[in-house]
Design a protein around this ligand. Structure first.
Ligand code: FAD
Length: 310
């Protein structure tokens, strides 16, 4: 049984989410191969070959794969899919773009957002915003799976020297072309990879307050900034800050929720954080039910005091 993991990469480095997908793939049992589809992607390929537990890296290196367009990447995967019992991608924006196309073209049911591999054909996945866990058994010949990265430890980035095999690149998908990409440049860690997240909610009251109160704390802690949907909808911060059911799923070592009530849709995105600190002036706020440390206080007093003491 061979299992294929689709690498998420920028042609040079491998995105950390791929390492979590490799761990899930190893739990399925079998040889784990990684596909690197890109252009001038020798460096990413070499890094993929070092990931602990990977037994082979397939590389398709061609200009039409440079931008990782889902349509062409998907065609590349379909070209080799029949050799595999499982195809796994991280449940990131990239993975969620690719996986449904693969499943549809293979005429199988996608198994989304798995949090546990019970056996090679049985998986757990959260439903109802994480309030229930479904156990799903698939009889499909090829299991197309997206992996909730926070549920699996990252495989070690070093530890293997897997052989690399070049495979022929597919033609560009004719009906979509890459136009441009706008990448937000962050001085802080990326939200889903950050060890510490300082997250703000509607309690901040404005974008100005968000910047004035939370940014210094995040800077001091070397943390990423996150937000509730209410804070995003109110325009305090851009929507790529959003944590939750319809935002990003995070599980940092430390999550500091400031002025966030703790609606289930927010908890769905952060409740697996190792240590949760909540600051809210309402002692009855639901966020305190998941918090390891809670401070019932006015954030405009508490946060500057914390800042002064770290
Ligand atoms: P509020 O619920 O308004 O809470 C603000 C909190 O700030 C209150 O608890 C208040 O006591 C506290 N506060 C106010 N002033 C202060 C002060 N001075 N000091 C200290 N505390 C103060 N939400 C998400 O976050 N992420 C999602 O992905 C998401 N997806 C959703 C998907 C669906 C389908 C739906 C229906 C909703 C979704 N929501 C999501 C919205 C969610 O239901 C809540 O509305 C939202 O999380 C509330 O954000 P909030 O806690 O910032 O605001």
């Amino acid at each position: 049984m061979s299992i294929l993991v689709i690498a998420e990469h920028d042609n040079e480095s491998i995105r950390p989410a791929t390492l979590n997908a490799v761990t899930a793939a190893l739990a399925c049992g079998g040889d784990v191969h990684v596909l690197v589809a890109g252009a001038n992607c020798a460096e990413a390929t070499q890094r993929a070959a070092k990931i602990k537990g990977v037994s082979k890296v397939l590389v398709a290196d061609a200009p039409q794969l440079a931008e990782g367009l889902a349509e062409t990447v998907c065609a590349q995967i379909i070209a080799i899919a029949e050799s595999y019992s499982h195809i796994l991608v991280a449940a990131t924006a990239h993975g969620k773009n690719v996986a449904p196309r693969i499943a549809a073209l293979l005429d199988v049911a996608q198994i989304s957002d798995i949090t546990k591999v019970v056996s090679a054909d049985t998986f757990e996945r959260p439903i109802y915003a994480g309030n229930a866990i479904a156990t799903v058994r698939s009889a499909d010949a090829v299991k197309v799976i997206t992996v909730r990265t926070t549920a699996f430890d990252a495989a070690l980035a070093e530890g293997s020297t897997a052989p690399v095999e070049s495979i022929p690149a597919v033609e560009a998908f004719p009906r979509s072309t890459f136009v441009s990409r706008e990448v937000t440049k962050l001085d802080r860690p990326e939200l889903t990879a950050a060890k510490i997240i300082v997250s703000g909610g509607r309690g901040l009251g404005s974008g100005e307050n968000f910047a004035k109160v939370l940014e210094p704390l995040a800077d001091k802690l070397g943390a990423a900034l996150g937000a509730s949907r209410a804070a995003v909808d109110a325009g305090y911060v851009p929507n790529d800050y959003q944590v939750g059911q319809t935002g990003k799923i995070v599980a940092p070592q430390l999550y500091i929720a400031v002025g966030i009530s703790g609606a289930i849709q927010h908890l769905a995105g952060m409740k697996d954080s190792k240590v949760i600190v909540a600051i809210n002036k309402d002692a009855e706020a639901p966020i305190f039910s998941v918090a390891d440390y809670g401070l019932a206080a006015d954030l405009f007093v508490a946060v500057p005091e914390i800042l002064a003491s770290v």
